[in-house]
Write a protein that binds this ligand. Structure first.
Ligand SMILES: N[C@@H](CCC(=O)N[C@@H](CS)C(=O)NCC(=O)O)C(=O)O
Length: 214
């Protein structure tokens, strides 16, 4: 049976981007349903799926999964060939830790630099709190690339859930002109050049909705 993925506007919905890109990267077959965010009908539209109150939502027959990380975990269990987490124990623990940190942290970065794939902003002023979050992301990227450099160009060498988790952050950095030097910068480039990411950005440029606060 074909998966269905319920997402928000591609231009703005950072959480939706994670499973969509991961599924496209792995050529999983799915239909996408888009809910316009920050609209009077948003809550009602999401409620019709009968599970969570936010997007993304994955529908697999009678099964509903309504959180980006939970969706990625679920899909990687259903498709072991897609490799969700690295095989080796230490790398696996590390990948889980950075992904969980991304999922639950970086609140300054999230609130001050909302994702907006279509835009590039010159001279954006970063607060101290945002700069601290950026420095932390940079050090996570640097550490991963240092340790797993020999295994490939993704955070843990081979593409994993951790990369999907950090993809929207890379989009935010791109929009707000946050440049990273060295290996973290090369990693950003790897993400931006990923076919699924390019496709997401192209689609986001075709959307008409404008959300002022982003
Ligand atoms: N923890 C959730 C967060 C999802 C989330 O906050 N989604 C936003 C869109 S990016 C949403 O659905 N907002 C609609 C609303 O709150 O009404 C996940 O990772 O999936």
């Amino acid at each position: 049976m074909k998966y269905e993925l319920v997402i928000g506007n591609k231009n703005y919905s950072s959480w939706s981007m994670r499973p969509w890109v991961w599924m496209r990267h792995h050529n999983l077959v799915f239909d996408t349903h888009c809910v316009a965010l920050y609209a009077p009908t948003t809550k009602q539209e999401i409620a019709q799926y009968g599970c969570g109150t936010t997007v993304p939502i994955l529908i697999d027959g009678d099964i509903r999964v309504w959180d980006s990380l939970a969706i990625l975990e679920y899909l990687s269990e259903q498709h072991p060939q897609c490799i969700g987490w690295p095989e080796e124990t230490a790398a696996r623990a590390h990948a889980r830790a950075v992904s969980a940190e991304m999922h639950s942290g970086f609140s300054a970065l999230r609130s001050s630099l909302p994702m907006n794939c279509r835009r590039t902003i010159e001279g954006f002023e970063l607060s101290e709190a945002v700069q601290r979050d950026i420095d932390r992301v940079r050090s996570l990227f640097a550490d991963c690339r240092h340790r797993y450099f020999n295994y490939g160009s993704w955070l843990f060498g081979q593409y994993s859930i951790a990369d999907a988790m950090f993809t929207p952050v890379v989009m935010r950095f791109k929009t707000y002109g946050v440049k990273l030097e060295g290996e973290p910068g090369k990693y950003m480039q790897t993400v931006c050049e990923q076919a699924a990411v390019r496709e997401w950005i192209e689609d986001s440029c075709k959307e008409q909705e404008i959300i002022e606060k982003c």
